[in-house]
Write a protein that binds this ligand. Structure first.
Ligand SMILES: [Cu+2]
Length: 325
């Protein structure tokens, strides 16, 4: 319905219909009360106007039925808004399993995007239709925000932190995306185009790659170049815990607490190792804060993720459970 209105963005993702339905409900409720209250004001203005110079009004002592009505109706309406909003929001915040993960890095004033096979794009994002896509987003400098109106999704992109958001494109075409967090002089031009393609076209486009390493391959190289491999030995015999099977699992820390090894934990472990020490190990890992770009951290994480499929060494003291399914 709204899609026919001028200036209304296309409905091009799984979220568009549900967000628009909720939005329509909110607008209709607001419109109803705005019109009804204005009409009542105008009506009472004439009906209860003072008709003679010495007219005095009756004192009014309230009316239980009226008061119950204006408590119950708004309470019911606002609970409905909350409940409905929560359903849409929870769906947006919980990415399904088996998503196509694409890395997005915001930087004054451009978007650098990397496809799962390593193909890079700038201010462009190609996605296949009908596939659940998850964007893993980080910033090189200040807070940005990735916003695709046609998909009805947006999410802040924060330095020192990963934010993710997911969507399933439902309609082929080219749609605009924007940075929607003011981020400096050229904020206004920090945007680009999402291209939603048929899966076969997307596969063909991907394979016409510009030939950079995939994050996984780049991560594996970095792991050697940055000498991570000298401490983190696969069979757990090094001075550091083996990273096999760590990702997605639960890690026991030296202070007795446990933590889930997600992207944020891996990131922190690399940048500021002293923040959380794995039980049974000395805090001798150097901090890599300021020494790795966001790209490189993402690549290292992708590599550590891939180590999940390797055998878990019996000596991996810190590992309680693994993310292996
Ligand atoms: Cu920005």
């Amino acid at each position: 319905m709204q899609a026919q209105l001028p200036f209304y963005p296309d409905q091009a993702s799984n979220f568009a219909p549900s967000v628009d339905a909720l939005m329509t409900f909110l607008i209709l409720v607001s419109l109803f009360f705005a019109v009804a209250i204005t009409a009542a004001i105008v009506f009472f203005f004439f009906k209860y106007r003072r008709k003679s110079e010495n007219e005095v009004g009756y004192p009014i002592h309230g009316d239980m039925r009226l008061e119950s009505l204006w408590i119950i109706v708004p309470a019911f309406l606002s609970l409905a808004m909350f409940g409905w909003g929560a359903v849409v929001y929870v769906d947006f915040r919980h990415a399904p399993q088996d998503t196509l993960d694409i890395y997005v890095i915001g930087k004054q004033w451009m978007w650098k995007i990397q496809q799962p096979n390593g193909r890079r794009e700038i201010n462009e994002l190609h996605v296949p239709i009908g596939r659940d896509v998850k964007l893993v987003m980080a910033s090189e400098d200040v807070i940005h925000d990735f916003y695709v109106p046609a998909f009805r999704v947006k999410m802040d992109v924060v330095p020192g932190h990963y934010n993710t958001m997911w969507f399933r494109p439902t309609k082929a075409g080219t749609y605009r995306f924007f940075c929607s967090q003011y981020c400096g002089t050229n904020h206004a031009v920090m945007g680009g185009w999402v291209t939603v393609m048929d899966p076969s076209d997307y596969a063909a486009w991907l394979s016409g790659s510009s030939g950079t390493d995939s994050p996984l391959v780049a991560g594996e190289k970095l792991f050697t170049e940055r000498a991570c491999v000298t401490c983190h030995i696969g069979n757990g015999s090094g001075r550091a815990p083996s990273l096999n099977g760590v990702y997605g699992g639960t890690v026991r820390l030296a202070d007795g607490s446990t933590v889930t090894a997600d992207d944020a934990y891996i990131r922190e472990s690399i940048l500021v190792p002293s923040a959380k020490i794995v039980a049974g190990y000395q805090p001798l890992m150097p901090a890599f804060q300021g020494q790795l770009t966001e790209d490189q951290i993402l690549s290292l994480t992708a590599y550590i993720k891939s180590l999940q499929s390797q055998p878990i060494p019996a000596t991996g003291a810190g590992v309680l459970t693994t993310g292996k399914k």
